[in-house]
Design a protein around this ligand. Structure first.
Ligand code: UDP
Ligand code: MG
Length: 316
C-alpha cells in the first residue's frame, strides 16, 4: 500500500507566490500517486504563519476548490520553525509520512520522488540537501556555509547544506512531539530523534515570486538559536578560557610582586589599563554568552505552547 503523504508548507505573506506554487504541489501529488509512491489520499497542508496579507484567504479558497488542499492558520506570526512544527504535528495522526517544504518554489519538487523511494527502502527521515548554492548571493552563501562549519565545530549535529526540506515518517514525528523545547531548531532536533536516515541531493532555484523573509537579522537570530539550543560548548569554552586567563594572571601577579620586591617597580599606567581592559572585556563577553543560556532556561521553564491554531479548513 502506498503511504499517505502530507506535504507541509509554511506560508508567511506569500500571496504573490502561492497561486503559482500551489498547482505545482497538486501536480506533484498526482505524479507521486501515479508512480505508486504516495497514496491518492495524500494532501497538501498549508500553514499560514500569521500573514498580514491575503495568504489565509487564498489558502481557504484553494481548500474549497480542491479537497486535496488543507490549511491551518496560526493565531499570529511565530516564525518559520514553529509554523513547520505546527503543520507536522497536525499531520502526524493523519498520514504515514510528511514532507516539509517552503512555498516559494525554491526547492525542487522532483526530489520528493527520491525521498519517497528512500522511505520505501526503510529510511524514516530523508534530508533534502542542496548540492550547490549558485542561486544565493555571495554573502548568503559564505555566511551560511561558515555557519554550518561553525555549528559542527561547536558539537551540534546538523546535516550540511540541509534546510527544512525533509521527509519525516509519522513514527518519528510521534517521538519529535516529546521534545518539549520552545527554542525550536528543527534542523538540529530531527537528527537528535534518531532512526534510520538518508540524504537526497537537489539543485536549489531562485524564489519564483515575492521576497525572502530571512533578512540578515532573522538569519543571525536563527544562527544564535541553533548554537545555543543545541550545544553547551560555548559555556565550556568560557570555562577553559577563564582557567587560561587565571593562569596568566597568576604569573603576572608573581612577576609584579617580584619586580616590586626588588624595588624596580615603575608606576605603570599603560600596563594597568591594558589589564583592566582585557579582563573587563573577557568578563563582558562571558556574561553575554551566559546570559544567552539563562534566557533560554527562562523561556523553557515557562513551558509555553509552541503553537496555537486558531482556524482549520476542515471540521472534525
Ligand atoms: N516563513 C514562515 N514564517 C516566517 C518567515 C518565513 O512561515 O516568519 C516561510 C515562508 O513563507 C517560506 C519559508 O518559510 O515558505 C522560507 O522563507 P523564505 O523563502 O522567505 O526564506 P529563504 O528561502 O530566503 O531563506
Ligand atoms: Mg525561500
Amino acid at each position: 500500500m502506498a503511504p499517505v503523504l502530507y506535504i507541509v508548507v509554511p506560508c508567511y505573506n506569500e500571496e504573490a507566490v502561492l497561486p503559482l506554487t500551489a498547482p505545482l504541489f497538486l501536480k506533484k501529488l498526482e505524479e507521486l500517486a501515479a508512480k505508486g509512491l504516495a497514496s491518492d489520499k495524500s494532501r497538501v497542508l498549508f500553514v499560514n504563519d500569521g500573514s498580514r496579507d491575503g495568504t489565509w484567504e487564498l489558502i481557504c479558497r484553494l481548500a474549497k476548490e480542491d479537497e486535496r488542499v488543507l490549511g491551518i492558520s496560526q493565531s499570529r506570526n511565530r516564525g518559520h520553525q514553529n509554523a513547520v512544527l505546527a503543520g507536522l504535528m497536525e499531520a502526524k495522526e493523519r498520514c504515514d509520512v510528511t514532507i516539509s517544504i517552503d512555498c516559494d518554489g525554491q526547492d525542487n519538487l522532483d526530489a520528493m520522488d527520491r525521498m519517497l523511494e528512500e522511505y520505501a527502502s526503510g529510511s524514516e527521515v530523508v534530508y533534502g540537501v542542496r548540492d550547490n548554492r549558485d542561486t544565493d548571493s555571495f554573502f548568503k552563501r559564505t555566511t551560511a556555509q561558515g555557519y554550518y562549519k561553525f555549528l559542527a565545530a561547536m558539537g551540534a549535529e546538523v546535516v550540511y547544506n540541509h534546510a527544512d526540506y525533509r521527509l519525516i515518517s509519522s513514527r518519528v514525528l510521534q517521538e519529535l512531539a516529546g521534545f518539549r523545547e520552545v527554542n525550536l531548531y528543527l534542523r538540529g532536533l530531527v537528527p537528535l530523534v534518531g532512526f534510520k536516515s538518508s540524504c537526497v541531493y537537489y539543485k536549489r532555484a531562485e524564489r519564483i515570486a515575492g521576497e525572502s523573509h530571512y533578512p540578515l537579522g532573522k538569519m543571525l537570530g536563527l544562527a544564535v538559536d541553533g548554537i545555543t539550543s543545541l550545544s553547551v560548548k560555548p559555556l565550556r569554552l568560557i570555562t577553559g578560557f577563564g582557567v587560561f586567563v587565571a593562569f596568566v594572571s597568576f604569573i603576572g601577579v608573581l612577576w609584579a610582586l617580584i619586580t616590586a620586591l626588588c624595588g624596580q617597580s615603575v608606576p605603570g599606567w599603560a600596563s594597568t589599563t591594558c589589564i583592566v581592559c582585557f579582563v573587563s572585556g573577557v568578563q563582558l563577553i562571558s556574561l553575554g554568552i551566559i546570559g544567552e543560556y539563562v534566557g533560554k532556561i527562562y523561556l523553557e521553564t515557562k513551558q509555553r505552547p509552541r503553537y496555537i491554531i486558531s482556524q482549520r479548513t476542515w471540521e472534525d
